[in-house]
Design a protein around this ligand. Structure first.
Ligand SMILES: NC(=O)c1ccc[n+]([C@@H]2O[C@H](COP(=O)([O-])OP(=O)(O)OC[C@H]3O[C@@H](n4cnc5c(N)ncnc54)[C@H](OP(=O)(O)O)[C@@H]3O)[C@@H](O)[C@H]2O)c1
Length: 292
């Protein structure tokens, strides 16, 4: 049985994944930045009679990563699977988004996961095995206007993960990226402007306001029809049990379609595809007239 570390296990994919691996009999270290939020996970684990450990870990605090990984090795003697799942969503146009938000999104969704992975790699090299799973998004393969901070973080994560794969495969370490469509997790409720203290990324006099409003309303409208997060948890288990060295794992038919389309298209075809995906009137409004 494997030793599995999962980040962001207080809700959504991370919570479902912790339970899925625990059901499988693996040793699960479910991490979260505030273990005070472990109640739901622990109650479900108790109801299902499965065991897991909860440990504190904030992925934007890289100063804790070395001691965190050392403690896992000390206790369990190995680390088989690291699932970099924790993440935040922020929409916004480049001109609107404040620097603090932009840096927080990059730190949480990209730099933190990479530095945590860096702390785990020496141990995985020593044991000559290991699996790193990075939770990406369709925003890691398609850059939609108004989605810029999130897309920047997930595109960067995708590029770094592709590079990492070729750095570490010679030690028997596998690296996987999971792309997902829209799922019923806490991500939108946690990160919509009304729920965050960083809501000044949406200035009322912004020239991009119509785009951002359309984009946020579109997300709110789509949440009820979103996929079940248990699908992602099962996919993590499938990847962990697989012997395939495959990099990209689209999680659902929408992710599959966007991935195959975007990777095969030239710039003009990509633009047309993006306009169909984000069918707001932002596109049809066209160019802004220059000043007289
Ligand atoms: N849901 C979707 O439709 C979707 C689609 C594609 C990709 N994703 C990606 O899937 C991952 C999980 O998101 P989710 O949908 O499950 O959303 P979620 O329900 O909001 O869960 C996100 C988790 O990340 C944690 N987190 C946030 N910042 C953190 C930090 N600095 N350190 C540690 N944990 C932190 C949250 O903890 P707190 O409870 O403390 O906030 C929460 O446990 C993210 O990387 C997201 O980008 C989601």
């Amino acid at each position: 049985m494997s030793v599995i570390v999962i980040t962001g296990s207080s809700s959504g994919f991370g919570l479902e994944a912790a339970l899925a691996f625990a059901r499988n009999g693996d040793t699960v270290i479910a991490t979260m930045r505030d273990p005070g939020k472990a109640g739901k996970l622990l109650a479900r684990a108790a109801a299902e009679n499965v065991e897991l450990q909860v440990k504190p870990l904030d992925v934007s605090r890289s100063d804790s990563f070395g001691s965190f990984v050392a403690a896992i090795i000390e206790e369990h003697d190995r680390l088989d699977v690291l699932i970099n799942n924790a993440g935040i969503y922020r929409s916004g146009a480049l001109e609107d988004v404040n620097e603090k938000t932009f840096r927080l999104v990059m730190e949480t969704n990209c730099i933190g996961p990479l530095l945590l992975t860096r702390a785990a790699l020496p141990h995985m090299r020593n044991q000559h095995s290991g699996l790193i799973i990075m939770m990406s998004s369709l925003s890691g393969i398609a850059g939609l206007p108004g989605d810029l901070p999130y897309a920047a973080s997930k595109f960067a994560l995708e590029g770094a993960t592709e590079a990492l794969r070729h750095e570490v495969d010679r030690w028997g370490i596998r690296v996987a990226l999971v792309q997902a469509g829209l799922y019923k997790t806490g991500i939108m409720a946690h990160n919509l402007p009304e729920a965050t203290s960083l809501s000044n990324d949406y200035p009322s006099d912004s020239p991009y306001r119509p785009l951002i409003e359309w984009q946020l309303n579109n997300l709110r409208d789509r949440i009820p029809g979103a996929f079940d997060p248990a699908i992602i948890a099962e996919l993590f288990v499938t990847i962990a049990n697989s012997d395939q060295s495959r990099l990209r794992w689209p999680a659902d038919p929408i992710a599959e379609k966007v991935l195959t389309t975007m990777l095969a298209q030239d710039d003009a075809e990509r633009d047309e595809f993006l306009q169909n995906v984000a069918a707001s009137d932002w596109w049809s409004q066209g160019a802004v007239a220059p000043p007289e």
